[in-house]
Design a protein around this ligand. Structure first.
Ligand code: AMP
Length: 284
């Protein structure tokens, strides 16, 4: 087993360590997470390892991206296990703010508000404050850790596009890298929230990816997008989900698309199974 990563609990401690690496001309990668780590997160850490000399993994359950009705207080928190998993991956440093006020000090009054086509609809239609919370915390993480690269999962595809756009718009001197979605053997995208699923729901959950993949295949064959998505929506609801959206978008701009010729395309879905909200996406 590799040595345990250091844990920084204050911005000062984080910056002290990064400054030491910088003095030795080492490059730095950042992997932002909310903890409750699984193989999906670890795949990002492995990618980060290949891209930089040093790897920082941040673990912070960010209250700013949860609506009052959402699961902030019950979100799984497994810090000791997370650190042990990161030791196995030879992460160098865990950036775990000691408490919420390290990130949001008293009187905190500044937010990053993403706009534009990448934000129109999809998650933003159902979680209107989500991307403001994400963009604000990610901008802070980028400024705190000053990495050369930051790795995000395609699992949260709209988030990846919003963060990529933000880094470019704000001239942040780093490269945002997307990593493919890691799945369970039955196709369910790994997620910290999958632990909420009852055994019956867990058995139904892979339907989401199955339907997505089938829709992507049919659209790639040239069948009309509207018809295929209507069939897909019906199949998802028939399986017992309450659907938020199933849409085809341009893979980079996330603009709505009418036909395969408007591509490259991405299919994105969000649906609730009981109390658990699942999201997924695939390339066409
Ligand atoms: P979270 O802890 O859910 O905020 O996720 C932290 C990072 O891990 C985000 O960039 C996610 O997109 C990424 N991630 C979460 N689940 C997966 C997965 N199944 N495969 C790849 N990346 C993932």
């Amino acid at each position: 087993m590799a040595g345990r990563p250091q844990v920084a609990k204050t911005v000062t401690a984080l910056r002290r360590e990064v400054a030491r690496w910088r003095a030795a001309r080492e490059t730095v990668a950042l992997v932002p997470t909310m903890g409750a780590l699984h193989e999906g997160h670890l795949s990002l850490v492995r990618l980060a390892r290949r891209r930089a000399d040093r790897v920082i993994v941040s673990i912070f359950v960010n209250p700013a991206q949860f609506a009052p009705s959402e699961d902030f207080s019950t979100y799984p928190r497994t810090f000791a296990t997370d650190v042990a998993m990161l030791a196995e991956e030879a992460a160098d440093l865990v950036w775990a703010p000691a408490n919420v006020s390290v990130m949001y000090p008293d009187g905190f009054a500044t937010r990053i508000v993403p706009e534009g086509p990448a934000l129109a609809g999809l998650e933003d239609a159902f979680r209107p404050d989500f991307f403001k919370g994400v963009a604000t915390v990610v901008a802070k993480l980028f400024i705190q850790a000053a990495p050369d690269v930051a790795v995000f999962g395609e699992k949260d595809y709209q988030q990846l596009r919003v963060v990529t756009r933000m880094a470019r718009d704000l001239d942040l001197p780093l490269k945002v890298i997307g990593a493919p979605t890691v799945r369970e053997p039955d196709g369910l995208a790994m997620s910290s929230r999958n632990v909420y699923l009852t055994p019956d729901e867990r058995a139904v959950a892979p339907t989401l990816h199955r339907v997505l993949s089938l829709c992507a295949k049919k659209i790639a064959e040239g069948r009309p997008i509207d018809t295929i998505l209507a069939e897909g929506r019906e199949a998802i609801e028939r399986a017992g989900f309450v659907l938020d959206y199933l849409e085809a978008r341009h893979a980079e701009t996330l603009m709505p698309v009418g036909s395969i010729k408007d591509g490259p395309l991405r299919l994105l879905v969000a649906a609730k199974l009981g109390k658990t909200r699942l999201i997924d996406n695939v390339a066409v």
